[in-house]
Write a protein that binds this ligand. Sequence first.
Ligand SMILES: *[C@@H]1O[C@H](CO)[C@@H](O)[C@H](O)[C@H]1NC(C)=O
Ligand SMILES: *[C@@H]1O[C@H](CO)[C@@H](O)[C@H](O)[C@H]1NC(C)=O
Length: 190
Amino acid sequence: MESRLITFVVLCLSVAVTARSDSYYSNTKPANPNEEKVTRIQFYLHDILSGQNPSAVRIAHANLTGSADSPVGFGSLFVMDDPLTVGPEKDSKEIGNGRGMYVSGSKDMSKFTIVMYADLAFTEGKFNGSSISVFSRNPVAEEAGEREIAIVGGRGKFRMARGFVKIKTHQIDMKTGDAVLRYDATVYHY
Ligand SMILES: *[C@@H]1O[C@H](CO)[C@@H](O)[C@H](O)[C@H]1NC(C)=O
Ligand SMILES: *[C@@H]1O[C@H](CO)[C@@H](O)[C@H](O)[C@H]1NC(C)=O
């Protein structure tokens, strides 16, 4: 009885091995055995275009639509290295920086929209060295409600992240374009 069982097991194993050797795919396994977690992160992003030490600068614009009196005309491209702070004040504790670029992407300037490609990295606390990547339309003109941008990835503890950020304008100077924005991120990660 026992030997017959062993023979059966050996037979099964050899069939399994044979089957594997001529298949062109691996076994399908759960990609992420860990449970997905969620973290909420709140901070302020300071996007300062004016003065001698701006955190965002225009690096290109379309000759047709970009001019001195309208630096954010359709087709204007900016690079940013914006500080992220705990509170809205300029001297509030810095917890990271947002680096990347944004482009003025709406032909209809009454619906002023930027499209952002940025890496928001943290330099303090549990998430020091980690970052979230945003790649999204940001309808700045929609002042009435909160606007939302997409989180499409991340680094470090936020590897493979996804999620969204609700953005509210805390303060904006229409003349210079300087803005302080409240970011409220919901990050799904492993
Ligand atoms: C840019 O626009 C100005 C007038 O708005 C024009 O004089 C100039 O030739 C244009 N430059 C190019 C490279 O098209
Ligand atoms: C954050 O991480 C960097 C690099 O590992 C380290 O040099 C720095 O001291 C850390 N900062 C804090 C506040 O822990």
